[in-house]
Ligand binder design. Structure first.
Ligand SMILES: Nc1ncnc2c1ncn2[C@@H]1O[C@H](COP(=O)(O)OP(=O)(O)OP(=O)(O)O)[C@@H](O)[C@H]1O
Ligand SMILES: [Mg+2]
Length: 375
């Protein structure tokens, strides 16, 4: 291709840059960059070196060498000498005679003799990701070539950085999914199974004295297990939190409280002051999950004789409190479970507020608010 900024050359540059930017894999970006660089400058050889730790080259892609020729040369360059100077200085090197350049370290045996040279760094953010090298252009590389190749290097750098960003976003999305699944399983299934376990424990004490009662407790446990299995199945099927079969929030809360507290001796009172249908389903799901964890904590950990569950609705928010008059706990102690952080995250995710007030020897109040109007 000719020198100078002819319309054809500019059009070619735009086309090449678009093809580099359009690559969806790293290997494609690197190869199309070096191929295009060779073509637009008219160089005989082109190469792209990827810089690893300590400035050494970890990958080296060549164009213009006949098949087998690159192998014949032996190991790819380490990235010392003139190639290394581009990395360490972060600047373009252009020379008409490689041999006379102060940084030149000489060619290895079997390497074709190369005379003119143009090398530019490829940056990704603040780092030098790699270098683009061109050699042997008839008449030597011009200042225009230098400008074109620097532009191409910027395009390649931003394509690499876009690719890395996409990769990070994909990973973050995966991680978020995993966290959500872990949280949902903990909140819905583990707490149910825990209650079943306690029910069976209680049943064991009636094993010899009251076979009738034993039968009933075991039947109840089997029912609960069946329900958990069904919920788990639904969850796995559509990977959404299980939807409680509920005619309304009040009934769902009553079922939940009844089921959770059955194996315990604590008295649990429930008060719901919300007009039917006031709380939208997705908020009701979060509210029920929060009540479930807070109540299950109070039942399991507080040793309280009585626990109160209150749900009230104002114009703009629903408020849930679970209070116990039990032993309280040290909130600064490293947590053993996931329950408290799950509740906080769950409530935070729908724009509500969450707080725990606890006093040693006096008890604990868990309070969460849930917005009723989308803002
Ligand atoms: N109402 C409460 N009364 C007394 N201690 C509590 C109460 N709620 C929580 N705790 C203490 O805080 C700790 C952390 O609670 P959290 O719900 O995060 O985990 P967990 O209940 O131990 O386990 P998980 O919820 O994962 O089944 C509990 O182990 C318990 O010591
Ligand atoms: Mg818990």
């Amino acid at each position: 291709m000719a020198s100078g900024f002819t319309p054809e050359r500019i059009a070619g540059l735009v086309e090449g840059a678009a093809s580099v930017a359009g690559q969806v894999e790293l290997a494609g970006i690197l190869r199309s960059t070096v191929e295009f660089a060779k073509e637009i400058t008219g160089a005989r050889f082109g190469a792209l070196g990827v810089v690893g730790e300590h400035g050494t080259l970890t990958d080296f892609i060549t164009v213009g060498l006949d098949d087998g020729r690159a192998e014949h040369i032996g190991a790819p360059p380490k990235g010392t000498g003139m190639l290394g100077a581009i990395t360490s200085l972060g600047t373009t090197i252009r020379t008409t005679d490689i041999a006379s350049h102060p940084d030149a370290a000489g060619f290895p045996k079997g390497h074709p003799q190369m005379v003119s040279f143009l090398g530019v760094p490829i940056r990704v953010g603040d780092e030098i990701f790699g270098n683009l090298y061109l050699t042997d252009k008839e008449g030597g590389f011009t200042e225009d070539d230098e400008i074109l190749i620097e532009f191409l290097a910027v395009t390649a750098g931003s394509a690499v950085s876009t690719l890395r960003l996409q990769d990070r976003l994909r990973r973050a999305a995966l991680l978020e999914d995993r966290e959500r699944i872990a949280r949902d399983l903990h909140d819905s299934i583990i707490q149910d199974l825990f209650a079943v376990g306690l029910g069976l424990q209680a049943a064991a004490t009636h094993a010899s004295s009251d076979p009738e009662k034993l039968r009933r407790l075991i039947d109840g446990a089997i029912d609960q297990l069946d329900e958990s299995i069904a919920a788990l199945r639904r969850y796995i099927f559509d990977l959404r939190p299980p939807v409680w079969a509920r005619p309304g929030l009040r009934e769902a809360l009553a079922d939940l409280v009844g089921q959770l507290s059955a194996p315990y001796s604590a008295t649990v009172s429930l008060e719901v002051a919300c007009a039917p249908d006031l709380v939208p389903d997705h908020i009701a799901d979060e509210l029920l999950a929060t009540v479930k964890e807070a109540l299950s904590n109070a039942l399991r950990h507080s040793q309280a004789p009585s626990i109160e569950v209150r749900v009230g609705c104002g114009a703009s928010q629903a408020v849930m409190t679970v209070s116990d008059d039990g032993v309280g706990f040290d909130q600064s102690a490293p947590g053993r479970g996931l329950g408290l952080s799950n509740m906080a995250n769950r409530v935070g995710a729908v724009g509500g507020s969450f707080r725990v007030d606890t006093t040693s020897g006096k008890g604990t109040v868990v309070r969460a608010t849930f917005p009723l109007q989308s803002t």
